[in-house]
Design a protein around this ligand. Structure first.
Ligand code: SAM
Length: 221
């Protein structure tokens, strides 16, 4: 078993080389990545790879995203401590924990109940009290809890889901990958009253967002 201090060292190296080294500068994001024990969010047999520069399998054909992508998407959300955040695609719960470190309240939705239940138990075990985990089709958002200051979608959508746009607060930000099944662009949407401004950034490759406003299993391949 790897000692705790070795994980701490690996995490510091990850932040220096992969995160700061690639231009992530938001101090809240850096502090959050430092605080969250990423190795707890991966299967035990892969814990020695938890701080490597890539995604890892977490079961149910899903992945925990590369640390740099988690950091970049979080920075793009421009979070403030009072924010209410919606996350679509809980997966392992790692990105959720990073959001919980910065925002006031986090709502997260996962379509696989096994993943949602596991993430919920782990977030609870780590002492996060500002999170609610739901099972369901996140492409429809969470209208009962809207509006949200920030929305993050950690699965690829064919286009910006209408319900998520509608659930953004005035001044809100949404970060999501949109595009084809095997190649997407990371986009940031800003809402100002009844106007939504869309900014495209880097190419990325995420697992599909399924559901009413996502891919259907047949077109997702
Ligand atoms: N953020 C996660 C983490 O830190 O481990 C990684 C998320 S993984 C790349 C994408 C997740 O989106 C998967 O767990 C998948 O089951 C979920 N997903 C796909 N379509 C969904 C939908 N319509 N609603 C909710 N979750 C969905």
């Amino acid at each position: 078993m790897t000692p705790q201090s070795e994980f701490d060292n690996q995490r510091e190296r990850m932040i220096g080389d992969q995160i700061k080294g690639r231009g992530i500068h938001d101090v809240r994001v850096l502090a959050a990545l430092r605080a969250v024990p990423r190795h707890r969010f991966v299967p035990e047999r892969l814990q020695n790879l938890a701080y490597e520069d890539g995604p890892l399998p977490i079961g149910n054909n899903q992945t925990i995203s590369q640390p740099y992508i988690v950091a970049l998407m979080t920075q793009m959300l421009e979070l403030r401590p009072g924010d209410s955040v919606l996350e679509i695609g809980t997966g392992s719960g790692y990105q959720t924990a990073v959001l919980c470190e910065i925002a006031k309240q986090v709502y997260t939705l996962e379509r696989h109940s096994a993943l949602a239940n596991r993430a919920n138990a782990l977030l609870d075990d780590l002492g996060y009290t500002n999170v609610e985990v739901y099972t369901g089709d996140g492409s429809q958002g969470l209208p009962d809890m809207a509006p949200f200051d920030a929305i993050i979608v950690t699965a690829a959508a064919p286009a910006i889901p209408g319900p998520l746009r509608a659930q953004m607060a005035n001044g809100g930000r949404m970060v999501l990958p949109t595009g084809e099944r095997h190649q997407q662009l990371l986009q940031r949407v800003r809402r100002s009253g009844d106007a939504w401004q869309v900014e495209s950034t880097i190419p990325v490759m995420f697992v599909p967002l399924y559901g009413q406003h996502g891919f259907t299993p047949s077109d997702a391949g």
